[in-house]
Design a protein around this ligand. Structure first.
Ligand SMILES: Nc1ncnc2c1ncn2[C@@H]1O[C@H](COP(=O)(O)OP(=O)(O)OP(=O)(O)O)[C@@H](O)[C@H]1O
Ligand SMILES: [Mg+2]
Length: 307
């Protein structure tokens, strides 16, 4: 049988439109610059190097996805960018200024539902504003604008437990955007959703991103999700965590689910798979042990065998 993957174009080849888009994108201001970033956790058992010499830049209104094997430092990276975690070496610059702690120039959305259960949807969104001393009617009006953008205006007075998982994450996005941050940092935000809600949220996020001035850094385990959303994909490696490759996604925009089977999409996916799941090494088996029959342990003594 012919292998379909053999016929795929290279993930590096770009149509003239896609090439022109990337040229334009790279001319935009740099919003985020990470230089020689290192993170060492000191634990009771010794030091864990979570990140080593990570370098990349993100341009204004760019959508960057971050993928990599479990434990390669994705969450550490995003928490450092959010100012929630210190770093051991290197520099993190947002609009050219060093990140020294949390700030309203960054919005954050996590995988778990992080809404306050005792606050209504509107009051959850107002929370971010109140932290910045915008309160009362002004805060309520501002929150309502964002709830409308996220299609949640009818649920402003509902409580989080009355919402579906997708709706909760929409409120979390509204709460992160209400302060009009420069960058939205998302750590597997749709990871807990079922496939259908997830697909809806992806399309919705692309819609929001298209319509407002926001740069997005989005962590995911899902390769399809990364290709569908991103301009570029930052592929991290483990032990220690570092940049393996920064891939320019050759799939044209606007994106749609029909593109999941396009040659550019499949070529990018094949490349990501090769980077994330390299082929298993062939293990030489000792010929004396190769033919040992597995020992069958019978826990239940069943008279009536199924085969
Ligand atoms: N607070 C901590 N203290 C000590 N070690 C930590 C801490 N947080 C993370 N680590 C270690 O740092 C490494 C990177 O962890 P991190 O959570 O950033 O990875 P990740 O890529 O987000 O993983 P996953 O895909 O499972 O979410 C791991 O070895 C982890 O055990
Ligand atoms: Mg993580």
């Amino acid at each position: 049988m012919e292998n379909k993957l053999d016929k795929l174009p290279s993930y590096l080849s770009q149509s003239p439109e896609v090439k022109a888009r990337f040229q334009k994108l790279k001319q935009r201001d740099v919003i985020l610059e990470v230089k020689g970033l290192g993170k060492i956790y000191k634990t009771a058992k010794g030091e864990v190097t979570a990140l080593k010499d990570v370098n990349f830049k993100t341009h204004r209104r760019e959508f960057v996805c971050v993928i990599g094997p479990s434990g390669c430092g994705k969450s550490s990276l995003i928490r450092i960018l959010a100012g929630l975690e210190s770093y051991s070496s290197g520099e993190v610059l947002l609009d050219g200024k060093p990140v020294t702690g949390p700030g309203r120039d960054r919005g954050m959305v996590f995988q778990g539902y992080t809404l306050f259960p005792w606050r209504t949807v509107r009051k959850n969104v107002m929370f971010g504003l109140e932290m910045n001393n915008i309160t009362g009617e002004e805060a309520a009006n501002e929150a309502d604008l964002w709830l409308e953008l996220l299609g949640l205006e009818k649920f402003a007075n509902a409580y989080p437990h009355e919402l579906s998982g997708g709706m909760k994450q929409r409120v979390a996005i509204a709460r992160a955007l209400v302060n009009q941050p420069r960058i939205l940092l998302m750590d597997e935000p749709f990871g807990a959703l079922d496939a259908q809600s997830r697909a809806k949220m992806q399309a919705h996020l692309l819609d929001i991103w298209r319509n407002i001035d926001i740069t997005i850094l989005f962590i995911t385990h899902d390769l399809d999700e990364a290709i569908y959303l991103a301009d570029r994909i930052l592929v991290l490696k483990a032990n220690p965590g570092g940049v393996q490759e920064l891939i320019e996604v050759p799939v044209p925009r606007p994106r749609s689910p029909d593109q999941f089977s396009s040659p550019e999409f499949l070529a990018t996916k094949a490349r990501l798979e090769a980077l994330i799941h390299p082929p298993e090494p062939v293990i030489e088996v000792d010929p004396l042990e190769a033919h040992v029959e597995p020992r069958m342990i019978r826990f239940v003594n069943v008279a009536d065998r199924v085969e």
